[in-house]
Design a protein around this ligand. Structure first.
Ligand SMILES: [Zn+2]
Ligand SMILES: [Zn+2]
Length: 337
């Protein structure tokens, strides 16, 4: 039976409060499914959305890292049956017809909709969502541990692959939060030498326990990496901090690559002379390909890319977002329904 109401974590106004409240549950329409949510990770991009001056949908249910079970199907849905598990990512729908959509780069589609941003997200007991971009999630994994893979895991893996490194090369990962602690595991799996960088000693400690070859505070990163490794072949910035991007730039070797993948409304500045004379490539990375996401789930089944999680109830969401703003979460905070 479809309930009339459910509880959701909503953004009440642009830059407004995040509140837990009752919202209506719609019937799934054509091409949509109703999911009963099992778990949803809390991402810094939720805070990015909450920091925007204008939003297309208000009030807005946040969340784009969810695992649920199909409870009801709308007309014309193929590939999912009642009881199936499905994953919600940031990508809710794309046009399916533009050049980017037709070449496997649908994440850059200019007509995309995004869960927890332009359409309601996954932080609710029940959600009605378009089916085409839902992800198949193996039943062997627990919902709480798998939820972070839908954004943090996918983004981290996509960014690392974007760096185009070969086994034996070195990567410096900036930001040891939800993305970073998974990125270390993927980087090791890809045979890379890994440096972990953060502003928190506690998070560096975690990075060491996950097998980082080097774990350094951000303020020392450039000097230490140049001295010890002659610079990293690539630096991947997994936060939206301009200071992290600048520190990452100082950490790479000549002709190295800088990948940025954290969202922020800030601007960053980098020296032109060094960019040119050292032949540095600077690239943005957003999510990853569908193949990357499938690989993230496949790796999780083999024990690679295990999320370190803190479990919370939906009621605790506003406080947990505050703790995230203060940088206090180790690994990923996940709401379990
Ligand atoms: Zn995210
Ligand atoms: Zn498109």
């Amino acid at each position: 039976m479809i309930p009339s109401y459910t509880t959701a974590a909503i953004l009440t106004a642009p830059r407004g409060a995040i509140a837990v409240t009752s919202v209506r549950v719609a019937e799934p329409g054509t091409g949509e499914v109703l999911l009963r949510m099992e778990a949803c990770g809390l991402c810094h991009s939720d805070l990015f959305v909450a920091s925007l001056e204008k939003l297309p949908l208000i009030p807005l249910t946040l969340g784009h890292e969810g695992i649920g079970r199909v409870e009801a199907l709308g007309a014309g849905v193929e590939g999912f049956a009642i009881g199936d598990r499905a994953g919600i990512t940031f990508l809710a729908s794309t046009c399916g017809a533009c050049e980017l959509c037709l070449t496997g780069r649908e994440r850059f589609c200019p007509r995309q909709l995004n869960f927890g941003y332009t359409v309601d997200g996954a932080l609710a007991g029940y959600v009605v969502v378009p089916a085409p971009l839902l992800v198949r999630v193996p039943d062997t994994l627990t919902a709480a541990e798998t939820a972070p893979l839908c954004c943090a895991g996918w983004t981290a893996y996509g960014a690392l692959r974007e760096a185009g490194l070969r086994p034996g090369q070195s990567v410096a990962l900036f930001g040891m939060g939800g993305l970073g602690h998974l990125a270390i595991q993927y980087a090791r799996h890809l045979g890379l030498r890994v440096a972990a960088v953060d502003v928190s000693e506690r998070k560096l400690e975690m990075a060491r326990s996950l097998g980082a070859d080097l774990a350094v505070l951000a303020e020392n990163a450039g000097r230490t990496l140049q001295k010890q490794w002659g610079g990293a072949d690539a630096a991947v910035v997994l936060t939206g901090s301009p200071a992290a991007i600048q520190a990452a730039f100082r950490s790479i070797k000549r002709t190295g690559t800088l990948i940025t993948s954290g969202l922020s409304t800030n601007q960053y500045e980098l020296p032109i002379v060094d960019t040119v004379l050292k032949g540095i490539s600077i690239r943005g990375s957003y999510l990853g390909t569908r193949a990357d996401l499938a690989e993230v789930f496949r790796l999780a089944e083999t024990g690679v890319g295990r999320a370190h999680i803190e479990r919370h109830s939906l009621d605790e969401t506003p406080e947990v977002f505050e703790a995230m703003r203060r940088g206090e979460i180790l690994g990923r905070a996940v709401v379990v329904f």
